[in-house]
Design a protein around this ligand. Structure first.
Ligand code: ADP
Ligand code: MG
Length: 229
């Protein structure tokens, strides 16, 4: 029989493990993420070989008939299984970039169903499948005993009337909500001029105390973010 917990107030000592980093191209997203402890990167943009982080390239591969030969969905599944079952020393998983992973999941579902778009799959089943796959992916990553970092590009929208520019993560809102529902900290990277890089906390699950962050390296990285402590 299930053992109920004691009826008592707890004093949590929260420490962030799931991160969302967004910023313009070349603003230092991958660079910052690479300093987290023992990183492994799930890479989509093909420029991983320029970095020092070990990586796995995620992609959909089609055969000459246009059929799906290697599905990104299956590949992600295999990565998660490997991280769960193989002995390894990785402590941080970087999803670089999540925007592309979402597009690949969408493509894989469409290719498998032989349609052009999710909306071509009847009764909303395409969208439902997509949400299920993304939700499962995010939940599986969260359950790993590792830091997880989702990297997303930036969307800058300028209001013609006022001339102000609003910057947001480029991940579509409904996907952003699925991913971010499982993140503890949102970090915006920016580059000014040719060599000034900044990092700013734009959202957080709770107020974190430096003494609760056990990993010294993670603590130091977070201390370099404006608005953290
Ligand atoms: N904080 C930083 N200090 C010094 N150089 C940096 C910093 N952040 C990024 N860079 C430089 O800028 C380049 C682009 O950064 P990168 O992280 O690859 O950008 P992206 O946001 O596109 O992932 C890196 O190769 C690195 O040389
Ligand atoms: Mg990058």
């Amino acid at each position: 029989m299930i053992q109920l917990p004691k009826d008592e107030a707890l004093t949590p000592k929260p420490s962030p493990h799931n991160f969302f980093i967004w910023g313009a191209t070349m603003s230092g997203k991958s660079y910052f993420a690479s300093f987290f402890p023992h990183p492994l990167s799930l890479n989509t943009d093909g420029n991983a070989e320029q970095g020092s982080t070990p990586s796995i390239q995620i992609r959909n591969v089609r055969n000459k008939d246009g059929k799906l030969e290697q599905s990104a969905i299956k590949q992600l599944d295999e990565v998660i299984t490997a991280l769960q079952s193989q002995p390894h020393t990785f402590k941080t998983l970087i999803v670089d970039v999540i925007d592309d992973i979402c597009v690949m999941i969408e493509q894989a579902i469409c290719l498998e169903a032989g349609v052009q778009a999710l909306s071509d799959i009847p009764y909303g089943k395409g969208f439902a499948t997509f949400n299920g796959v993304l939700q499962q992916f995010v939940m599986d990553l969260k359950a790993l005993p590792m830091n997880v970092i989702y990297v997303s590009r930036e969307l800058a929208i300028t209001d013609e009337q006022t001339g102000t520019t609003e910057k947001t993560p480029s991940l579509k809102t409904k996907y952003y909500n699925i991913v971010n529902g499982n993140c503890d900290l949102v970090i915006h990277t920016e580059k000014f001029g040719t060599d000034t890089y900044t990092r700013t906390i734009t959202d957080r699950r709770t107020k974190y105390e430096p003494e609760n962050i056990k990993d010294a390296r993670v603590k130091k990285l977070l201390e370099s973010c404006t608005g953290m402590f």
